[in-house]
Design a protein around this ligand. Structure first.
Ligand SMILES: Nc1ncnc2c1ncn2[C@@H]1O[C@H](COP(=O)(O)OP(=O)(O)O)[C@@H](O)[C@H]1O
Ligand SMILES: [Mg+2]
Length: 312
């Protein structure tokens, strides 16, 4: 029999161990919509006794531009963070591009590579140059893929030693190298910097840039991964008013190019201009949603009416 001490230690270990999804539900009760790029089913999130998201079910299709509006504390950021699994839902499911992000067998890091996230406070790496900020993730991911491929070939070669000549397994073709990966990522980064007119800033550190420039770089950094969806959490809230325009026009450009996006914003004019659908959140729920003309000109929900009377 185990001593009480060991038993206590083990119990503590179990409590400290925090799996990605505490309840480890891998099989949803309802099938997900294969047409939707993002889907949440019965999404709930609680912090202690505070229920921040309360049973949200939503689908987001390719090409949609979703504006999420609502009072402060209504759960908008938590909702966005659940979409790319930066937050563990307490209950419910998140599906992205046909993958159940609540399934422990799904590699969340691989899925997250296809979701660009832009935060209020830029979140650039201050110890890296602008160029390195943009190339870091793509280079890291491609280098990892390259080493996986090399390792696979090494194993195949080793096993081939024990096989007859005509039974040897073929090796995977490797057409790239670390040097090539870096050069390609840099070329792509320069192209993206040119797009926002900041190519001359490639070698400088983020601290020397204005907020508007930093946020535009944060956006192109996300674009460098060729995301399938962009998630913006109040991308202009931390900016001086004169810099809001340059960031919004870049987001609008992306929207016009057909990028699927979910944007939490307090810029109602902007939401109205670019969104294909507006979600109004209050108290952890989407209480009303619809096309922008409907939401902004003939809202039905009283809380939405009240909210709009304060912000418009
Ligand atoms: N990590 C956390 N721990 C505890 N409470 C949190 C945490 N994150 C958010 N909350 C709470 O959840 C509620 C919703 O937060 P949030 O999603 O940031 O709202 P919004 O973005 O709409 O302002 C707030 O009351 C906030 O205090
Ligand atoms: Mg927020």
């Amino acid at each position: 029999m185990k001593s009480t001490d060991t038993a206590l230690k083990e119990e503590k270990k179990v409590k400290e161990y925090k799996p990605r999804y505490l309840n480890k539900r891998t099989v949803p009760e309802e099938p997900f919509d294969t047409e939707a790029l993002l889907e949440v089913q019965h999404l709930s999130k609680t912090y202690g006794s505070l229920k921040v998201l309360d049973n949200i079910s939503e689908k987001i299709y390719k090409g949609e531009k979703i504006a999420v509006i609502g009072p402060s504390g209504s759960g908008k950021s938590t909702f966005l963070r659940c979409l790319n699994a930066l937050e563990d839902p307490t209950d419910g499911y998140v599906f992205f591009d046909g993958h159940n992000l609540c399934d422990l067998k799904v590699d969340i890091n691989v899925q997250r590579q296809s979701m660009g996230m832009v935060f209020q406070n830029f979140n650039l790496f201050n110890n890296m140059t602008v160029l390195k900020n943009i190339t870091f993730a793509p280079v890291h991911v491609k280098k990892k893929q390259l080493s996986a491929l090399k390792w696979l070939n090494f194993k195949t070669k080793f096993l081939n030693l024990f096989k007859k000549k005509d039974c040897k397994a073929p090796l995977m073709p490797i057409e790239t190298s670390v040097k090539k990966i870096k050069a390609e990522a840099e070329e792509n980064a320069i192209r993206l910097l040119k797009r926002i007119g900041l190519e001359e800033k490639a070698g400088v550190y983020p601290s020397t840039l204005s907020g508007g420039q930093r946020q535009r770089i944060a956006i192109v950094r996300a674009l460098a991964m060729n995301p399938k969806v962009m998630l913006f959490d109040e991308p202009t809230s931390a900016l001086d008013p004169e810099m809001v325009g340059e960031v919004l026009s870049l987001i609008k450009e992306l929207a016009d190019e057909g990028m699927t996006m979910v944007i939490v914003t307090h810029e109602m004019g902007f939401a109205r201009e670019i969104a294909t659908r507006v979600l109004f959140m209050d108290g952890g729920n989407v209480v009303e949603q619809g096309p922008p003309e409907k939401i902004f000109t003939s809202p039905e929900n009283d809380r939405l009416k009240d909210f709009l009377s304060k912000v418009l």
